[in-house]
Design a protein around this ligand. Structure first.
Ligand SMILES: [Zn+2]
Length: 434
């Protein structure tokens, strides 16, 4: 098999070398946050740990966790470890309430982000000479720019296509001789459907033979469908906006786990309830410590994503960086609609503010034309006329859109019609068959 490696001197070195780099960088970043960030200093003092206590990689377990709630409390710039005039870019992703999660980048961050993205693209054999359609959102989210920076670094030709205008995207794929695609997984299916409607068979009439997909959960069967429709090799990728964005881990051509770029991130898997560190192969919550993030280093960041570290000494691709399994789910109730993170609690908050609505609701996620559809069923307190139901549904859809950044379909139903639950309520019914 043809295996390209972007940076063999760091990706395919012995474990000793990787671990030496990790320890050196870990000690440096711990000193840095302790000296430059009040929040980290306070949390470390509470745990009775000082930077000089980090003598081995195992000592990382002495450090406190960082959570999404911490970042929310530190909104907007409290997690920064550099002066504001060193910041080159500010990004923000959707959050559980009105406030987004902010990510800050210095020029050094943009350089390192480009490096991990370059490695990820090359791991999927997307290399110089390829023409890459980047069908990710380019505004405040991290998807579009992450792939863009990586492509430029490798020398791949980038097309900043963004999301939507699907017919035009199909036209560009054909006319520009696009060889590789990156998007949320479902969008590869949508592109193929529209191509067929336009009389274009993606597997025969286009040059696309590779793709890299992420930012949403997907399965082996969806991978097979995408590969058949396009006659392509489809690869998985992992990242999150708090850790720059995409490019934390990427699948190599062997499609057995995602290599974590360990000279930039230390990965741990912990029990989501107790916080105990788990062994390789044991399933739990992914936790990352950033080793090179400049503007906003994160110590033991709890991602809420469920996976495991694979117990594999060596990969046939030659890379020595540890691999994680594909994401198996979440520790919270968050779900993802067309690449946007949504928490049921954010929906609940909006609905509870509406006096005509009873505190019973149900979220149904379905798929239409390969795109996700969010249906929110709510119960009115008293029986309403059909006309009043429609008006109320319209108002709620507008209010929800403002908070969750996705347009839902709201259905107002009569009192007493939605299911009641004993114990933990089951708000979300996911009908997407992956
Ligand atoms: Zn590999």
């Amino acid at each position: 098999m043809n295996v390209a490696i972007w940076n063999p001197s760091l990706e395919a070195v012995s474990r000793d070398v990787i671990e030496r780099i990790q320890l050196e960088r870990l000690r440096e970043v711990v000193h840095r946050v302790y000296n430059n960030n009040y929040h980290y200093r306070l949390k470390m003092k509470e745990r009775g740990v000082k930077p000089e206590d980090i003598k081995t990689l195992k000592d990382i377990e002495k450090l406190p966790y960082t959570t999404k709630e911490d970042l929310r409390e530190l909104y907007p710039f409290g997690a920064s470890a550099v002066p504001l005039n060193h910041i080159a870019e500010i990004r923000a992703s959707s959050g559980t309430t009105g406030k987004p999660t902010v990510t800050l980048y210095t020029m050094k961050d943009l350089e390192n982000w480009s490096e991990v993205m370059a490695r990820s693209l090359v791991a999927a054999n997307i290399v110089k000479g390829d023409i890459l359609l980047i069908a990710y959102n380019y505004h405040m989210f991290t998807g579009g720019f992450g792939f863009h920076y990586g492509a430029l670094k490798v020398g791949i030709t980038a097309i900043p296509a963004g999301v939507g205008f699907t017919q035009r995207q199909v036209m560009m794929i054909k006319d520009f001789g696009v060889t590789a695609i990156t998007s949320v997984p479902n969008y590869a299916i949508r592109l193929a459907e529209v191509a067929f409607e336009m009389g274009v068979d993606p597997s025969k009439d286009t040059k696309v033979r590779k793709g890299m997909f992420g930012a949403a959960p997907w399965s082996e069967s969806l991978r097979k469908r995408i590969e058949e429709l396009w006659d392509m090799q489809a690869y998985d990728m992992y990242g999150l906006s708090e850790l720059w964005g995409p490019g934390v881990a990427a699948e190599c051509v062997y499609k057995h786990g995602l290599h974590v770029w360990e000279d930039h991130f230390v990965v741990e898997v912990v029990d989501p309830r107790t916080g105990d560190v788990l062994e390789p192969e044991e399933k739990g919550e992914l936790v990352f410590t950033t080793l090179t993030k400049d503007a906003m280093p994160l110590i033991r960041y709890r991602t809420r994503d469920i996976s495991r570290i694979l117990d594999q000494k060596q990969c046939d691709c030659g890379r020595t960086h540890k691999k994680i399994d594909r994401i198996q789910g979440r520790t919270d109730d968050m779900f993802i609609i067309n690449g946007v993170n949504i928490w049921p609690t954010a929906i609940q908050e909006v609905l509870l503010g509406e006096p005509l609505i009873a505190p019973h609701f149900q979220i149904v996620i379905d798929r239409e034309n390969a795109m996700d559809k969010l249906i929110i069923q709510v119960e009115s307190k008293t029986k309403l006329s059909e006309e009043d139901k429609k008006l109320l549904a319209k108002k709620l859809a507008y209010d929800l859109r403002e908070v969750i950044m996705v347009s839902p379909i709201v259905e107002v139903v009569d009192p007493g019609t939605l299911p009641r639950f004993d114990g933990k309520p089951r708000y979300v019914i996911d009908k997407r068959v992956l």
